[in-house]
Design a protein. Structure first.
Length: 105
């Protein structure tokens, strides 16, 4: 079942190669803007110890967790570096009329 589209922010509120935290419906998401100017969304908490990924570092298509430097591909959710081994959930994103939306489930 697909969920609702929820407005996150204006597209220029996220710098290229950066990430912001977005809270909605009791959940936390991380919203990314890649160096190629594409937008992406994942669960906001690391699958290792539930640290906020928005406090981490974006490098190309990787988010590095600020706590133990675990890495994920934020475009696919794939866990890419120890100690993380559980993939991140990813969410559909669209940009319309200058605003970023994610489809929550
Ligand atoms: S909490 Fe993210 S790598 Fe440990």
């Amino acid at each position: 079942m697909s969920g609702d589209w929820v407005k996150v922010c204006a597209d220029d509120a996220i710098d290229e190669e950066d990430v912001i935290r977005f809270d909605h419906g009791g959940k936390t998401y991380a919203i990314y803007r890649s160096p190629q100017d594409t937008f992406h969304a994942t669960d906001g908490l690391c699958t290792h110890e539930k640290i906020h990924l928005a406090d981490g570092l974006v490098m190309d298509n990787i988010i590095e967790c600020p706590k133990h430097n675990g890495r994920f591909n934020y475009q696919t959710g794939e866990a890419r570096g120890a100690p993380v081994c559980i993939n991140l959930k990813v969410y559909p994103v669209k940009v319309e009329a200058g605003s970023v939306f994610i489809q929550v489930q």
